[in-house]
Ligand binder design. Structure first.
Ligand code: PGA
Length: 234
């Protein structure tokens, strides 16, 4: 793993956007995208820059079950607001959280990923070490699947909702096996709440108890962290 220490999330977003531009210039056609608080500065930097995704494809990591694109809390709506409305892709895909047959939706999404191999995947990390919505204990071989969110994730994400009981209890997420197929991975983390997860990811044993630790087995991972998130590293 290559560690990029930045002063703050704004600088980190600019750094991540530089990697996007380099990947694009290198011929990458498919970008794996993430939601949550962390990538906001990355999308702001991409929107402010010259990058053109008009010939590229995006595939998001995950979506809440039960929320459609018209719901402002859906990840589809988040992506529209932060990136797609200003930097449209030729095609953008997210799992469909309203699908009536969730197993079939997972299979459809895996097929999309197979048809559009991801050149660069953006990731955040949960305080419990999750990547995507792959909670501790998820198999490293997993493909897109239905997830029961843990209490810690529900609590962490409640800040985006008016009330905690509005946070969906389930999500569809690319699996860890899916994520590991990406040619290059950028993981961003900012703030002291992420320090323990970053330390476990970088220095701890590779274990399904810490999903992000699997990234030690990937040959092209860039970790962008601010000093607070890097506090447990040397
Ligand atoms: P956050 O979430 O960016 O909102 O902190 C990261 C994650 O849970 O992967």
């Amino acid at each position: 793993m290559k560690i990029e220490l930045v002063t703050d999330a704004t600088a980190g977003g600019k750094k991540a956007a530089e990697y996007f531009l380099a990947a694009k210039q290198d011929g990458v056609k498919t970008f794996g995208l993430a939601t949550g608080g962390t990538p906001v500065t990355t999308y702001a930097a991409l929107v402010a820059g010259e990058i053109d995704f008009g010939d590229a494809v995006s595939l998001n990591l995950d979506e809440y079950v039960g929320l459609g694109a018209n719901d402002p809390q859906s990840y589809a709506a988040y992506m529209q607001a932060h990136l797609f409305s200003q930097k449209p892709f030729a095609a953008s895909y997210l799992p469909n959280g309203l699908a009536s047959d969730l197993a079939a939706e997972c299979a459809r999404y895996d097929q999309l990923v197979a048809e559009n191999p991801i050149g660069l995947q953006l990731l955040g990390i949960g305080e419990n070490g999750h990547i995507g919505f792959n909670e501790p204990g998820t198999s490293f071989d997993s493909s897109t699947h239905l997830v029961n969110l843990t209490e810690s994730t529900i609590k962490a994400n409640a800040r985006f909702f008016a009330r905690e009981n509005q946070v969906p209890r389930q999500a569809l997420s690319m699996g860890i096996g899916t994520i590991m197929q990406a040619k290059q991975i950028i993981l961003e983390a900012y703030g002291e709440k992420k320090a323990a997860a970053i330390k476990a990811m970088v220095k701890g044993p590779v274990t399904e108890a810490v999903p992000a630790s699997v990234l030690q087995r990937h040959e092209n991972v860039i970790v962008i962290v601010d000093p607070a998130a890097a506090a447990g590293l040397d």
